[in-house]
Design a protein around this ligand. Structure first.
Ligand code: KIV
Length: 264
């Protein structure tokens, strides 16, 4: 079993092999996803909503990301591991950004991801110049929720389309090895994908990107409160989890667990 590297991801774009990326936030699930053959694991700052119970990603800290990146890194063997740079870990200055990206590498990541297009290009260049692989993220960028006026599909007008094409080109020119395209019309994601030599990874961006990413709990059918249009639930695990816990609770209450066979 050979380790996946950024060279493999570049080759996959060249070969037309699609890249499979899923979020992971802990060692157990990183191991399960790794063994299932995922190419890239992302310790996303969606951690804030999915694991930490925040309403958005804005309260996720570097310490949160370092702890969960370390956990995911200890669980996976083969997949390439990317960690998100959280809000305010890269916006305030390039030296800060390089140091924080380095902390994520020291925790076990092999690359970092940050949100932004032309406005983030100098920061991407500074991090890439420190030999830290950077993945860009353009379109619907959740850390900009208030600037966007909510989680809205981007790039619907001609002006926005041109801006997103320019953002993606700027991210590539700055030295990113790949870019996430989130929340944009499928034809625009296709146009960006054809215009770039680095791989694009889509989420809510249609079928023509070089790869796809989903939040693990969404695709496993664990989240009922929020069902975005772009998610397919490849499992329905919420009910079986609840049923197992209900069976355990009933057994404890009835006195049928633990039995002799579980006792010392
Ligand atoms: O934080 C995250 O999980 C992400 C992906 C959904 C792209 O950035």
């Amino acid at each position: 079993m050979r380790k996946t590297t950024i060279l493999d991801l570049a080759r996959m774009k060249a070969d037309g092999s699609r890249i499979v990326m899923i979020t992971a936030y802990d060692a157990l699930f990183a191991r399960i996803l790794d063994e299932a053959g995922v190419d890239v694991l992302l310790v996303g700052d969606s951690l804030g909503q999915v694991v930490l119970g925040h309403p958005d990603t804005l309260n996720v800290t570097m310490d949160d990301m370092v702890r969960h990146t370390g956990a995911a890194a200890r669980g996976r063997k083969r997949a390439f591991l990317v960690a998100d740079m959280p809000f305010l870990s890269y916006q305030a200055g390039q030296a800060d950004a390089v140091r924080n990206a380095g902390r994520l590498l020291q925790a076990g990541a092999e690359g970092v991801k940050l949100e932004g297009g032309r406005n983030a290009a100098a920061t991407i260049r500074a991090i890439a110049n420190a030999d830290i692989p950077v993945m860009g993220h353009v379109g619907l960028t959740p850390q900009s929720v208030h600037r966007m006026g909510g989680y809205r599909v981007q790039g619907k007008t001609e002006l926005q389309r041109e801006r997103l094409l320019d953002d993606a080109a700027a991210v590539q020119e700055a030295g990113a090895f790949a870019v996430v395209l989130e929340g944009m019309p499928a034809p625009l994601a296709e146009e960006i994908t054809k215009s770039l030599s680095i791989p694009t990874i889509g989420i809510g961006a249609g079928p023509h990107c070089d790869g796809q990413v989903l939040v693990m709990q969404d695709l496993l059918g664990l989240i009922d409160e929020f069902r975005p249009k772009f998610v397919r639930r490849f499992g329905e695990l919420r009910r079986p989890v609840a049923e197992a816990v209900e069976a355990y609770a009933a057994a404890v209450r009835e006195g049928t667990f633990p039995g002799k066979e579980h006792s010392f």
